[in-house]
Every structure is written in C-alpha cells, then in structure tokens.
Design a protein around this ligand. Sequence first.
Ligand code: SF4
Ligand code: SF4
Length: 385
Amino acid sequence: MAIRVNLRLIDELVRYGAEDVQYCYHCGDCSTVCPHADAVFRFPRKSMRQLQMGLEQRIETTLEPWLCYYCGQCSEQCPREADPGETMMGLRRWLIARYDITGIARQFFKSKTVEIISVIVVGIITGALLLYYGFSQGNLSIYDGEGAFLPSSFIHTFDLIIGIIMVFFLIVNALNMGYLTMRKGCDYPVPWWIYIKKLLVLPWHFFTQKRYAECENKRETKIFMPWFIHMGLAFGYMIMLILVMVFIEKLQYGPEIDWSVHIFGYLASVGLIIGCIYFIRSRFRKHHIQYKKTHSTDWVFVVLLLIITVTGIAQHILHRTGIIEWANIIYVVHLICVAPWFLRMPFSKWSHLVYRPLAMYFAAVRREALERQEEGLPSISYSYK
Ligand code: SF4
Ligand code: SF4
C-alpha cells in the first residue's frame, strides 16, 4: 500500500510546540537515555524521523508520544538541540487534535485567540443564564433551599448537563484513539482475549501514574516532587468532580460543616491549589527543561483551574461566615469558569488523564500480541534502544 507523506507536517507541528525537529541528525542519543524506550516502542528518535519524513498516517497511529512522560533527559542529551522531549509534547497535542472528531481541539492548539475567545463566550453565556435564573427565581441573600439564588438542585442539573457533554466527547475521542492505534496502526493480529488479560493495566496506571515516578527514578538525583504534586492535582480534580456531580446538595448545605463530604473537599482543594501554584511557578521560573517552553493552551489550562479553585474556596468561606450575597456572586464567577473548563476538557491537555492510561493498556496488549506472533523466534531484548 502506498504511503502518503505530508511534507508540511514539520511546519504544522510548530503550531503545536515542536519547533526544532529539523535539527535532528539521528545520532540516537535521545533514545539511549530515555528511561521508557524499548525494543517495541522506540522513541524519541523514531518519532523525529517520522516527522522529518512527513509520515502523518504512521504518526497518528503510534502510541509512543503517550509513553513519554517528559522527563526532559533526551533534550538535555541532544547534541543538536533538536529538543526531542518538547517534540513528544507537541506530538501529544497533535494527537489530541487528531483523535477529536469535531476539529475543536485543532483550533484551540493552533490559535490562542480562538481558545481564549471560546472560553470568554462560554463564560458570558453561562453567566447570563445563571444571573437570569438567580434574579428571576431566587434571592441573592439566600444561599440554598427555597428561594435560593442558585439552589443545589439547579446546580446539580447544571453540573450533570456539562458532565454528560464532557464524558460523551471523551468517550468518542477515546474510541477514535483505540481505532487508530489498535486497528489502523497494528500490522499484526491481536487476539481479543489479550484485551481482557491486560485490562488491569488501565486502572493501575490511571491511579498510580507509576510511569511518571519511574521517569524520576532514573535520574541521578531522585526528585519525586513533580510526580507527587501531579498526583495531588489529578486526585484533587477527580475528588472534586465526584463531589460536585454526586454530593452537591451536601456540599452546598450549611452554614454547618458536613465533615462527611467537606473533608474530601478540603483535601482536594489543597491538592489543586498546591498543584496549580507549583506548575505556574515552574513555568515562570523555567528551572527544568520541561518548563522552558509553555504552549498557550497550558497557560489557559492551569490559570483557569487556579481561578476555579480560589473562587470555590472563597465562596465556601463567605457562605460559612454568613456573607451570603458575596458568596452567591463569587459562586457565579466560579461557575462562569467551571463551564468552559469542563467543556474544553475533551479538546485540551487535560484529556491526557484518559489517553495516557489507555496508551499504557494498548501498549501492553500490543507487546503481548507481538511476543505471541514471534514465538519460536529469538526473544526481544528490551534493553535495545
Ligand atoms: S539526540 Fe538529538 S540529534 Fe540525536 S537522534 Fe535524538 S533528537 Fe536527533
Ligand atoms: S522526555 Fe524523557 S520520557 Fe520523553 S522521550 Fe525524552 S527521555 Fe524519554
């Protein structure tokens, strides 16, 4: 079958943050130092090569960019300053756009103006709806229950609608990823039972993000901080998601503290606030190679999350201290940020929460299928880079 090449692929990738691919002369040093490359999944040199050759259809079916956790060791090692680590990051953005059937992600990654305007538009529409509902149905001086400005029953419906839209697009995009990587990109048979056998890989990597920690472990100085803080941020986000989707009535009830739910809210808030501040500070300081370049979507991602967390904490404090009018106003500001944040999740970096464990699962399935196919042949040495 003829392989179609896209000679403009390198130029296209610049918009996604991969700016120096053309400097690579394929010495292979990057793959040698990479803690995650092996004989089956060889990167980042192979990805650099595919990009230079414009093998667009090959790249869209690869798992390699998701197996990279951006430790930056390859970029530090590269004699040509081709920045392979940042290229893998750019490829992940490109793949997010590729999996997305709506084309929205591509617009966000290619133009910060489009992304910021879409956030503002969704925020304005959300704010207008909330204020209309609040002033027509309730009273600004009541926080919850009958006559409330934004009663928890209404917020529950609001959250569910946004949650259903978000989950729908995440599932569609994840299915597309599965089709591209396991059907279109797999040129050897994969027995169905291997998918069942390897199923536990999915929750294991989702909950432990073990590979991220392994990345740090291979460094001379063991710094588990980024992994630890990333875990805090991810778990804070997931706990908060469950609280607002399932326990919003208990969460909003008060002014008494309901420790059975609020303790989880406090822990989640600590994880979110520390995570946001750490990553914003790192991106300003640029003290590690992975923070040297920041794509506009990364800024929108982390700044919006920080505003959501701070306004969430503020409205909680204002409510518990009896300053109800301001609690309701800050609640509106909070929800104005929440709506675009959740709605853009399937089209943004945050979707890696789904794609990364999926990629680890698919990689495990592929490995086993390949080993079965090669039974009787010399076994693969995973130390080869
Ligand atoms: S180390 Fe640099 S020049 Fe060598 S293969 Fe990797 S990216 Fe290319
Ligand atoms: S950034 Fe780290 S994990 Fe990613 S390709 Fe480079 S060395 Fe490997």
